[in-house]
Design a binder for this molecule. Sequence first.
Ligand SMILES: C[S@@+](CC[C@H](N)C(=O)[O-])C[C@H]1O[C@@H](n2cnc3c(N)ncnc32)[C@H](O)[C@@H]1O
Length: 453
Amino acid sequence: MKKKDIIDIEIKDLEFPAKGIGFYEDKKVYVKNAVVGQVVRVCIQKVRKDHAEGKLMEVVKPSLVETKSFCSHFGRCGGCARQTLPYEEQLKIKENAVKKLLEEANIKGYEFLGIEKSPEVYEYRNKMEYSFGNEEKGGELNLGMHKKGKFYDVVTVDECKIVDEDFNKILKEILIYCRANEIPLYNNRSHEGYLRHLIVRKAKKTKEIIVNLITSTQMNLNLQELVEKIRKLSLKGHVVGFLHTLNDNLADAVVPDETKVIWGEDYFTEELLGLKFKISAFSFFQTNSLGAEKLYSMVLDFMEDAKDKVVFDLYCGTGTIGQIVAKKAKKVMGIELVEEAVQAANENAIMNNLKNCTFIAGDVFKKIDELKVKPDIIILDPPRVGVHPKALQKIIRYNSPEIVYVSCNPKTLAQNLIDLQEAGYQVKKVKCMDMFPHTPHCEVICLLQRAER
Ligand SMILES: C[S@@+](CC[C@H](N)C(=O)[O-])C[C@H]1O[C@@H](n2cnc3c(N)ncnc32)[C@H](O)[C@@H]1O
């Protein structure tokens, strides 16, 4: 086997999150987004001593359980790679992948409580970050997602099924306006041009929407006409703010240099489990609101008794978990890196009439030293990279009897659990929560208790 060979292989296994594994001439071949049971045509891209990597070109034979895709963008859009699998099958795959990762990390002796379904399988997302681009060099302006397997190309996704119709209408209106006015696209290679990204966020419960257009500073465009068009759209929800973020960073990512409020507010409000949360433009908030209610209820269930207890909510975002727990606990202390999220967290606590919560801005690694109280329970909800090993050592030194770990990446969770287990914590319960139907991602909750010495 050599680079650029085209081969057909059957996918026999899966490596989390989305690498299908097949064999050719006794060599393991990894194929991103291939599903177990499929026969796939693959173009070999890398050949190493013990394995090869290939790009999926075509599904020659679907797996026996596969059905038709439900979205008109399937195949071109890079999202929702698992949509040809029935939802129950998707859940089974996620559950098994998590169990396998924990087994490989030698995490033992826990009760596995299965996987919970997302309350909605379609229209579940409350946030989309779209890119401006084109499908081929010099092609028509598009607004949507990166094309499957491509770094630069973008396909318009105005019929996306994991967001509701309001997202698609807003996307369409903005694209029509930008095309009609010939507003130049920002070119990610030459770094010239204007239009870069569009972020739309919509609360499930309050139906409030904020729209954030992200451009370079290379033009000075009056956005009032566009704002009026968006405000006049017939939507199920209502737009509460139109923002304009300036971003001259060279990376193809939304890095806000400055955000201006063109109209309305710079935040929207969502409700979870009876509490209200003001969410600012760039604050983290779970992308599946109804799923988040289930996830946070699971956190409450895992904390068998928080009454009169001091709880640390580390990596707290806008303080959602901490405030939901605060109804039961004596005191909640949260730490979060993004300053505006912390400000919102403290405002949210006041709005929710919770007097026992304090949220602090900064890196957990540094700020944890400033917490002078001793925690009875530590909640960890780190980003995908997991808890940094040095921060984890400080967390371990608090000697908290219980840790509830909420993870959006079972791979880094498994790594952190190895260290926690070594430090004397025992994993008691593990449960998965599917927050991201049709994708390979999965949220996992673990209860750890300090072993009796
Ligand atoms: C998965 S989110 C969890 C947020 C929150 N618990 C929730 O459910 O909405 C992870 C959060 O960690 C924050 N973060 C990332 N690195 C951090 C660090 N080193 N110290 C503190 N917070 C950090 C991110 O800004 C993000 O808000």
